[in-house]
Design a protein around this ligand. Structure first.
Ligand code: ASP
Length: 336
């Protein structure tokens, strides 16, 4: 009997050691919530799957969660199917003004940039703010000077403007306020803010979010995406969240509701990732009459995905499979 008890105790101890050991890395991305049209779905699927694989590859090669979320977002900043980097929507002057934020959950450090006009990858500049400055948020000319000092390559602002973004602004200017959506053309659906949440093998959590904002925005408008607690939040003790909103009301609602931080607080209070995400997104929609979407990972790698908009593109990699979807209650999968 004693032998049996000792044997069982050793087994339990062994299981606990394994359990507390290396965390299985995981990454989830989104490509924006909104009234996405049928014609945009394939491009969104392709883009989120490429991005999530880029982020997962970093994790598999020993990269940190920060490396992973940056790589995933960089991939979507190059893709005109998304409203970030190249393909960003335009302000009333016909310019891109991009913003991004990134956060590291080990010690809650963060970096954010806004009003970026001449750089391809706002998320990488935000990461430099996190690693190389005593500050959290740089905007406008200061962000530009900092990026140049750090060796980021300046590009002609026009090189970031897609045909679709130009048409969207023209439609917006011609049709007026009732046509105001993130890309402006209701018939085409949205290009979408992008975001990523990852947990690395050491159990550290990072989150990155990047956007061009909203089509036809006022010059100098700043939305939710670069705001810690609005668009982005990471805390190793709880989890990580990236949010997106798109239709009539835009990031302003996420900003007012501190959506990412609201989800964190609900999880801290004991809710699982999925319930917390659902409750906060629906709560924001009920309170502010606007839609939103969010992706969440708990510190244990549980996934939360919820959107009150018509669609939201998302993908995650777990146990060597890619899961993805864009409709409510849709989960597709394919081998990694
Ligand atoms: N965050 C964007 C904004 O600036 C909207 C979005 O997430 O799609 O309003």
């Amino acid at each position: 009997m004693l032998k049996q008890i000792i044997f069982i105790s050793i087994c339990v101890l062994f299981a606990l050691v394994i359990e507390s050991g290396a965390m299985k890395p995981i990454i989830i991305v989104h490509g924006g919530a909104g009234d996405i049209s049928e014609s945009r779905i394939q491009g969104k699927f392709d883009g989120v799957k490429v991005a999530v694989r880029a982020g997962y590859e970093k994790l598999m090669n020993g990269g940190s969660a920060l490396d992973s979320v940056e790589a995933a977002v960089v991939s979507m900043e190059l893709d005109e199917n998304f409203n970030a980097g190249y393909g960003s929507v335009l302000n009333l002057n016909g310019e891109v003004e991009m913003e991004a934020s990134i956060m590291w959950g080990q010690d809650l450090i963060s970096g954010a940039v806004t009003l970026i006009k001449e750089f391809q990858h706002p998320i990488s500049i935000a990461r430099k703010v996190l690693t190389d400055t005593p500050h959290s948020f740089l905007g406008g000319n200061g962000a530009k000077l900092f990026a140049l000092e750090k060796g980021f390559q300046q590009v002609p602002p026009e090189s970031l403007i897609s045909e679709s973004a130009k048409e969207a602004l023209n439609d917006f200017l011609n049709k007026g306020d009732d046509q105001r959506t993130e890309i402006g053309r209701k018939d085409e659906g949205g290009v979408g803010t992008v975001g990523a949440v990852a947990i690395d093998a050491d159990g550290h959590i990072a989150v990155a979010t990047s956007t061009g904002g909203i089509n036809g925005k006022m010059v100098g408008r700043i939305g939710d995406t670069p705001l810690i607690g609005g668009g982005t939040y990471a805390d190793d003790n709880v989890g990580g969240i990236s949010t997106t909103d798109f239709f009539l009301g835009h990031g302003e609602s996420i900003l007012k509701y501190c959506l990412a931080h609201t989800i964190i607080k609900l999880m801290e209070g004991g809710l699982d990732a999925d319930t917390a995400t659902r409750q906060a997104v629906n709560g924001m929609t009920a309170r502010l009459n606007n839609t939103a979407g969010a992706i969440t990972l708990s510190k244990n790698g549980d996934v939360g995905i919820h959107f009150s908009s018509k669609r939201m593109a998302w993908a995650y990699v777990k146990n060597d499979k890619v899961y993805y979807g864009i409709e409510h209650d849709q989960t597709l999968e394919e081998p990694l």
